[in-house]
Write a protein that binds this ligand. Structure first.
Ligand code: NAI
Ligand code: MG
Length: 351
């Protein structure tokens, strides 16, 4: 029997609430599909930061290395600056394990109302591929003249041929397997060095994938078009910052950020990949037991798919679609009154 070793990092706020709901769903499918999941839970979080002055222990990365995948809830707390929590845990994991693809599927499920009149279930079904380890989220730069009137900050965006090419290759291959269309997010009119380079590499990669119909769109216009015709997109690829912003926008178009999943992938599988909902720790609703678990559940399905348990992953996605289309059980973010546990129960009943 296949066994998968999973590192669980519930994190802060609703992170723990949704990760534990996802584990209930994982356990339901694993027994049916004949594999086991061996969880090890880590309490790495802002609470740990408050106690020990670090989000994770010094050997944290090495302790994760022996797992097949990481399932994370969310990190962030109002009493710890967000750049401390992000750079103390998530970003080091993404970089140490070369998780250079951040895959964010978007789907408007039947039974979920989009805030947009133009968005129709079945038509809105695309994937944002975000470059996940370089670009605008770089460590290069600094602060000067702190506290003086001429105080300044410089941050350099880093776009490497190797780093951009590998994420584009992943995106084009994904487009070949999906609907055969790719949109590249750019801003090469205003950003005159890095993004013309990005565009050049997109054109180079496109030549290797003649079956993919591709286009490029400036990020500002693309943001507007996500709202005006969300059904148009199939695979959208963007730099670290563009992909981050676009995927939150797309999640809102699909009805709630509480549904959106993400996979931080190391496509070569030399290191563990990490799966997490797109949303954060939601301090405004944390502790009330009303968080939508679907983002974490869908992320768990992406994890199973990555681990080779495609059938179990497909079962989870089917049950997600069925609970939304066939029942009116909803958490408050989708206009209902169900708790996280009640919603998870409804999902489990369909599994
Ligand atoms: P957020 O995603 O935590 O919350 C935004 C809004 O969406 C809130 O009104 C929240 O209640 C709602 N929401 C989010 N997830 C939900 C769910 N599953 N069910 C129902 N409603 C949900 O983003 P925000 O407020 O910008 O950040 C809060 C904290 O989370 C910050 O410390 C931030 O740094 C951190 N954060 C962490 C991320 C991560 O761990 N990957 C990602 C984004 C933010
Ligand atoms: Mg984000």
């Amino acid at each position: 029997m296949n066994n998968h070793r999973i590192a669980l990092i519930p994190g802060d706020g609703i992170g723990a609430e949704v990760v534990h709901a996802a584990c209930r769903v994982l356990d339901a499918v694993s027994s049916r599909h004949g594999f086991t999941l061996d969880y090890q839970e880590f309490d790495w979080s802002c609470q740990r930061y408050a106690r020990h002055g670090a989000m994770m222990p010094e050997d944290g990365i090495d302790r994760l290395r022996e797992h097949d995948a990481v399932l994370l809830g969310a990190v962030g707390s109002p009493d710890v600056p967000d750049h401390v929590s992000l750079w103390g845990l998530l970003i080091p994991i993404r970089r140490a394990f070369r998780q250079y693809v951040n895959l964010r599927p978007i789907r408007l499920f039947e039974g979920v109302q989009s805030p947009l009149r133009t968005a129709v279930p079945g038509e809105v079904d695309f994937v944002v591929v975000r470059e996940n380890v370089e670009g605008e989220y770089s460590e290069i730069g600094g602060r000067l003249n702190r506290g003086f009137p001429d105080e300044m900050a410089v941050q350099e965006a880093v776009f490497t041929r190797a780093g951009v090419t590998r994420v584009l290759t992943f995106a084009f291959r994904l487009a070949e397997r999906r609907g055969g269309r790719l949109t590249s997010a750019t801003k090469s009119n205003g950003i005159v060095h890095t993004l013309p380079f990005w565009d050049q590499l997109v054109a180079e990669r496109a030549a290797h994938h003649p079956d993919v119909v591709w286009e490029q769109e400036h990020i500002d216009a693309l943001a507007a078009k996500f709202v005006l015709r969300p059904g148009h997109y199939d695979v959208v690829v963007g730099s670290n910052l563009f992909g981050d912003i676009l995927s939150d926008l797309a999640a809102a178009v699909a009805g709630s950020i509480g549904i959106a999943p993400s996979a931080n992938l190391n496509p070569e599988r030399e290191h563990p990949s990490m799966f997490e909902p797109v949303h954060g720790s939601a301090p405004d609703i944390a502790g009330r037991g009303i968080a939508n678990p679907l983002g974490a559940v869908w992320s768990a399905a992406l994890m199973l798919d990555h681990l080779g348990e495609e059938q179990a992953a497909a079962d989870i996605e089917k049950a997600m679609a069925a609970v939304l289309a066939g029942t009116d059980v909803r958490t408050p973010d989708l206009g209902g009154t169900a708790s996280t546990a009640e919603f998870t129960d409804a999902l489990l009943a369909l599994l």
